[in-house]
Design a protein around this ligand. Sequence first.
Ligand code: SF4
Length: 218
Amino acid sequence: MTEEWREATTMNRLWGAIKDCHRCPLGETRTNVVLGAGNESAEIMFVGEAPGFHEDKQGIPFVGPAGQFLDQLLRSIGLDRGQVYIANTLKCRPPDNRDPLPEELATCTPFLFKQIEIIRPRIICTLGNHATRTLLGTTTGITQLHGKLVRKKGLAYVPLFHPAAALHKPPLKSVLIGDFQLLRENLDSERARWREERENPPETPVEEDAQPEQMGLF
Ligand code: SF4
């Protein structure tokens, strides 16, 4: 695989550059690279952990029961998959759905950061502990962070419970439903903030530090 992916400015170009990726051992056991799906100009991006059995077979993220619940949650705030973008930290399925290994994440997450760079979403929702820890670099668990907007290096994040976790632990379902209502409010606030910044741009240039930390990995 070449380094062509670094130059990609569209998801199509990125897909063309990584669809045959074998940078880590998961390339030997997967069926499909699951890059992501949805709107390339989405205001909200969802990031889960890794493809599962059905995702690996179909090459689409969040299919199966967890995906259906995510669709239901999106509908509850007036959205559908065509208006958001859904991806994972890892693009290939770990065997038996085991947890991602640190070296796999280190190899694969630059592709996720490139996706964030292409989409420039207003809010990134991390689904579950793995995605939250990977993107926010925190050891604080999702139980404490869920539903709250966190700013980091110029990006806005809202950690959420993973829909699959809510299916296994029914009390989490109502928590997730409530957090989606907060997400709707946070999106409205972010829209207003972006509008304000566009109409009244800051006089001083944006500091280098305000760029997403992960962009340094490109
Ligand atoms: S998990 Fe990521 S780095 Fe590993 S083979 Fe798949 S696309 Fe490449």
